[in-house]
Write a protein that binds this ligand. Structure first.
Ligand code: AMP
Length: 526
C-alpha cells in the first residue's frame, strides 16, 4: 500500500496505475472504524484500484467546533487500510490542499468555494453548522477532480451530506457514481462515529437511545403500513416525530438539537411520507454532538434474483412475480428494446457516442397483461413486445448491453421502477448494484453439469443442432469466469442474498421456495 501526502505524488501514481482500470474513492477524515471499513470493503469489491483519502478538512469546521481536537491516529489508520486491501492513502496537509495560507476567515475568502443548493443546506445540520456543507462540497469536489474515480463511497450515516453530494455531482456533471453504504452500528445500536470516543462511559451507555428512538418510529410506521386498510396509516410528521421525542425523553443527559422528517433526496421537510422519508436526529451528550437517521420506505417489496447464466433466473422470476402478484421487471427485455431501437435507427454499432445519445433519450415502459400475466413492452411509445424477439435483436443484444452508456441508462430506468417497488427483477448484479435495498435477495445457482444438461434439453426442444455435454460444460465454465470477472456488472452474490441450488428441483419447486421465503421475510421485517 502507498501513502501520498502531495497531489503530485497521487497524480503520478494514478497516471501510472490506472490504464483503463476502475478507481474507487473513499473520502474520510480518518480515525477509521467499522463504518469506514464497510465503505472500503465495498469499494474493494467493485474497483481494481481503491484510494482512501484521510483529511480533517478545516473548511467544514465552525470556529467553536472540534477541529483542533479531532482524532488523527494516522498510523493505526494506515494499518487498517493495509489490512483492508487499500491500494493508496491520500493524506495531504491543509497547506497542500488549500495553498500556503493560514485558513483564517480572511484568507478563506480568497479561495474558490463550492456552494451547494441552499435549500438543502438550510435544513437539519445546516442550521447549526453554517458553512459546513460548503466546506464539505469544496473538499469533495477537489478530491473528485484529483482522483477522478469511477465510484465514490459515502455513508448513509451522514444522510444530508450524501444527498448534497449526489445533487452536486448531478448539477456539475461529474462523471462519477456515488455509492451509498448502509449505517454500521455497534452491538448496542449506536452508529459508529469517530466522535464516539469523546463520550464518557455514562454518555456511551445512553447514546444508543438515538437508534432505539428511531426504531420505535420505524416500527410504528411499518405497523401502520400493514394496518392501513383498517386503521390510520402512521405516516405523518407529527406522529413520527412525537414517537422519537418521547423515547429520547427517557434519558437524562441528552440535549436534542433536532428531530426532523425530510425527503431523502431533496431534503424538503415532509408532512407525510409519500414514497420515502428520512427521519433524522442530532443530539448532544455533553459537548459531543451525534447524528443518526433511518429511512422510512412506503413502497411495495422488491425481490432481486441473481445468479450464473443457465440457472433458470428468468423463468423463475416470471413465475414468482405471477404467484405474488408483483411485476416481473424483465431486464432482458429492456436491453432487447434498446437494441431494437438502436438497430431501427440505423446507427453503426461501433458508434458508441451515437448509441449513448439515443438511449439516454429513450423511454421504456413495461405493463403486465391482466389476462395472461405476460409482460408487454413499449419503447418511446411504440409496442415492441414481439419484435424484440427477432433473430437480429437476439444476435446483437449482448453487444449493445456491453456499452457502458446503455447500462447506465437502463440501471437508472430500472431504479425508477424500484421507487414504487412491487417488482421481481433478475440479472447478474440486481441485488448488489441495482436494488441493494431489496427486501428479498436470491442467488440462484446450479451445478455446471446440471446447467449443461438443461441447455442440451433446450437445444433439443427447439430442434437445434445438438452439442456434446462436455462442450456445453466447458462453455458454461468459461462464461462463469467471464461473467464474474467482467468490468461492467460482474456476477456477485450479495452478502445478504439467500443461495438456492436448483439441482434436482423443478421450476415449480424453486418458485415455491422463493415465495415462502418472501412471506417469511416480509413478516419478519415488520
Ligand atoms: P468521516 O470520516 O466521519 O468524514 O466519514 C467518512 C465516511 O464514512 C462518510 O461517508 C460517512 O458517512 C461514512 N461513515 C461514518 N460513520 C459511518 C457508519 N457508522 N456507517 C456507515 N458509514 C459511516
Amino acid at each position: 500500500m502507498r501513502l501520498f501526502t502531495t497531489t503530485a505524488g497521487l497524480r503520478c501514481y494514478l497516471e501510472r496505475q490506472r490504464g483503463g482500470k476502475d478507481v474507487g474513492l473513499v473520502p474520510t477524515m480518518g480515525a477509521l472504524h467499522a463504518g469506514h471499513l464497510s465503505l472500503i470493503e465495498r469499494a474493494r469489491r467493485e474497483n481494481a484500484i481503491v484510494i482512501v483519502s484521510i483529511f480533517v478538512n478545516p473548511l467544514q469546521f465552525g470556529p467553536t467546533e472540534d477541529f483542533q481536537h479531532y482524532p488523527r491516529p494516522l498510523e493505526e489508520d494506515q494499518q487498517l487500510c493495509e489490512q483492508a486491501g487499500v491500494d493508496a492513502i491520500f493524506a495531504p496537509s491543509a497547506v497542500e490542499l488549500y495553498g500556503d495560507h493560514r485558513l483564517t476567515s480572511d484568507t478563506q475568502a480568497e479561495l474558490t468555494h463550492i456552494v451547494p443548493s441552499t435549500a438543502m443546506t438550510s435544513v437539519l445540520c445546516g442550521r447549526s453548522r453554517p458553512g459546513h456543507f460548503q466546506g464539505v462540497a469544496t473538499v469533495v469536489t477537489k478530491l473528485l477532480n484529483l482522483v477522478q474515480p469511477e465510484r465514490a463511497y459515502f455513508g448513509q450515516k451522514d444522510a444530508q451530506q450524501l444527498a448534497i453530494i449526489r445533487r452536486l455531482v448531478a448539477d456539475l456533471n461529474f462523471p462519477v457514481t456515488i455509492v451509498a453504504c448502509p449505517i454500521v452500528r455497534e452491538e448496542s445500536g449506536l452508529a459508529y462515529s469517530s466522535r464516539n470516543q469523546y463520550l464518557t462511559p455514562s454518555q456511551k451507555a445512553q447514546a444508543p437511545i438515538l437508534w432505539s428512538a428511531l426504531q420505535a418510529a420505524q416500527k410504528a410506521f411499518q405497523a401502520g403500513e400493514l394496518d392501513a386498510p383498517f386503521g390510520k396509516p402512521f405516516r405523518d410528521r407529527t406522529s413520527l416525530i412525537e414517537v422519537v421525542k418521547s423515547e429520547l425523553a427517557s434519558v437524562s443527559d441528552i440535549q436534542v438539537e433536532y428531530v426532523e422528517l425530510v425527503h431523502p433526496t431533496t431534503l424538503t421537510p415532509l408532512d407525510q411520507v409519500e414514497d420515502s422519508g428520512l427521519l433524522a436526529i442530532a443530539a448532544r451528550f455533553g459537548s459531543t454532538r451525534l447524528i443518526d437517521n433511518v429511512l422510512l420506505q412506503h413502497r411495495k417489496p422488491i425481490v432481486a434474483i441473481d445468479g450464473p447464466a443457465g440457472a433458470g433466473k428468468s423463468t423463475v422470476a416470471r413465475q414468482v412475480a405471477q404467484t405474488l402478484g408483483l411485476m416481473h421487471l424483465d431486464t432482458g427485455a429492456m436491453y432487447r428494446a434498446l437494441t431494437w431501437r438502436v438497430l431501427e435507427a440505423g446507427i453503426d454499432l461501433e458508434d458508441e457516442p451515437a448509441i449513448a445519445e439515443l438511449v439516454s433519450q429513450s423511454q421504456i415502459n413495461l405493463v403486465t397483461d391482466e389476462a395472461s400475466g405476460a409482460i408487454r413492452i413499449w419503447i418511446d411509445g411504440e409496442e415492441v413486445t414481439q419484435v424484440i424477439r427477432s433473430l437480429e435483436v437476439t444476435a446483437n443484444v449482448s453487444f449493445i448491453a456491453a456499452v457502458p452508456a446503455v447500462r447506465r441508462e437502463l440501471v437508472k430506468q430500472q431504479q425508477r421502477w424500484g421507487c414504487k417497488g412491487g417488482v421481481v427483477a433478475e440479472g447478474r448484479d440486481i441485488g448488489t448494484h441495482v436494488f441493494p435495498d431489496a427486501e428479498l435477495k436470491i442467488f440462484l445457482t446450479a451445478s455446471v453439469q446440471e446447467r449443461a444438461r438443461r441447455r442440451q434439453q433446450d437445444l433439443k426442444d427447439q430442434e437445434l443442432q445438438s452439442v456434446s455435454l462436455e462442450q456445453l460444460e466447458q462453455d458454461i465454465r468459461l462464461r462463469d469466469v467471464r461473467d464474474s470477472t467482467r468490468a461492467l456488472a460482474p456476477l456477485r452474490k450479495a452478502a445478504d442474498a439467500i443461495e438456492i441450488n436448483t439441482d434436482g428441483l423443478s421450476i415449480a419447486e424453486v418458485t415455491e421456495r422463493i415465495v415462502s421465503l418472501y412471506h417469511q421475510q416480509i413478516s419478519t421485517s415488520v
